[in-house]
Design a binder for this molecule. Structure first.
Ligand code: C2E
Ligand code: CA
Ligand code: CA
Ligand code: CA
Length: 282
């Protein structure tokens, strides 16, 4: 921050310079990472709460950094969003998730696994040719549209709603489904969601955390689940860490869940119930 006197000003200039250099370096590094294919995917199971059978997986990106090792999204997704690199990364994630998923479906015809969920950043969603990218990725990988669930955030839906609704309709016309991610962290309401052409609501972990200890929180989640079902939305509860939470959500009629209680994000060869002829991962 700006200090007093000359020394403070100089320090401020130096800090600004350093911050700018770091941003530039990050930008360059992210673009190199795309070209050199340094990104990898883990997959976290999404299960049926009643019997814990796997119904889907969420693709979660990691950066295999040549010097720093394996980096989670918190280290780079925000910077990638700011620099625009997230568009290239997102395109890669989409194609790789569908490629891997098609392989699983082909090798495991009897699996209960029905879909792969892919995170789409606001910036990526707003590119003019996003629906074309989705169509291409499906065609290139031979994946069926119903295998794909696109996760978009609540905040995206709130800005420029008419445009977003039109884009969502075009995507769903391809046969893919759409989820609202992190529901409850923004400001949207269920009555607002009613106008949104979406299929799935992912209830944020912060909503689930207290359901066993707060009667109010339990009541709130119960009401959201009931209302969602009345709006024909499927509900996925995120961040389930305890058996008690699974039981409570199941009793509310919530059908799906995701969280460390069932499984952490896994390497492709470690998904339970799938043939595991994959290369070793770092
Ligand atoms: P998200 O979409 O809400 O994904 C769920 C995050 O919660 C994942 O973190 C997952 O590992 C973590 N998680 C799952 N179950 C539990 C649990 O029981 N307890 C706790 N404490 N955490 C749990 P991860 O992989 O670090 O990803 C963080 C965020 O980065 C994601 O949050 C998503 O917003 C973003 N992200 C990940 N992959 C992509 C991607 O391919 N594209 C974009 N645009 N964003 C991505
Ligand atoms: Ca997500
Ligand atoms: Ca989420
Ligand atoms: Ca989240």
């Amino acid at each position: 921050a700006k200090g007093n006197g000359k020394g403070g000003w100089q320090r401020y200039q130096n800090d600004l310079h350093t911050a700018m250099m770091q941003r530039l370096e990050m930008r360059t590094a992210l673009h190199e990472a795309i070209e050199e294919e340094q990104f990898v995917l883990q997959f976290q199971p999404i299960v049926e709460l009643v019997d814990q059978k796997i119904s889907g997986v969420e693709a979660l990106v990691r950066w295999q950094h040549p010097a720093k090792g394996l980096l989670g999204p918190y280290h780079f997704v925000e910077a990638a969003e700011e620099s625009g690199a997230i568009v290239g990364i997102g395109t890669w994630v989409l194609r790789e998730a569908l490629r891997q998923f098609s392989q699983w479906k082909n090798e495991n015809p009897d699996t209960t696994l029905r879909y792969v969920s892919v995170n789409v950043s606001a910036r990526q969603f707003r590119t003019a040719d996003f629906a074309d990218r989705v169509r291409e990725a499906l065609a290139e990988t031979g994946a069926r549209p119903e295998w794909l669930l696109l996760e978009i955030t609540e905040s995206l839906v709130l800005k420029d709603a008419d445009k977003v609704i039109a884009d969502l309709k075009a995507l769903r016309a391809l046969g893919v489904r759409v989820a609202i991610d992190d529901f409850g962290t923004g400001y949207s309401s269920l009555s607002y969601l009613r106008q949104m052409p979406v299929d799935v609501l992912k209830l944020d972990k912060s909503f689930i955390d207290d359901i066993l200890h707060s009667r109010q929180q339990h009541a709130l989640v119960d009401a959201i689940v009931t209302l969602s079902h009345n709006l024909d939305l499927a509900v996925v509860a995120e961040g389930i860490e305890e058996a008690g939470q699974r039981a409570a959500l199941d009793a509310m009629g919530c059908q799906y869940g995701q969280g460390y209680h069932f499984a952490r994000p896994l390497w492709p060869g470690d998904i339970p119930g799938l043939a595991a002829e994959y290369q070793e991962h770092p």
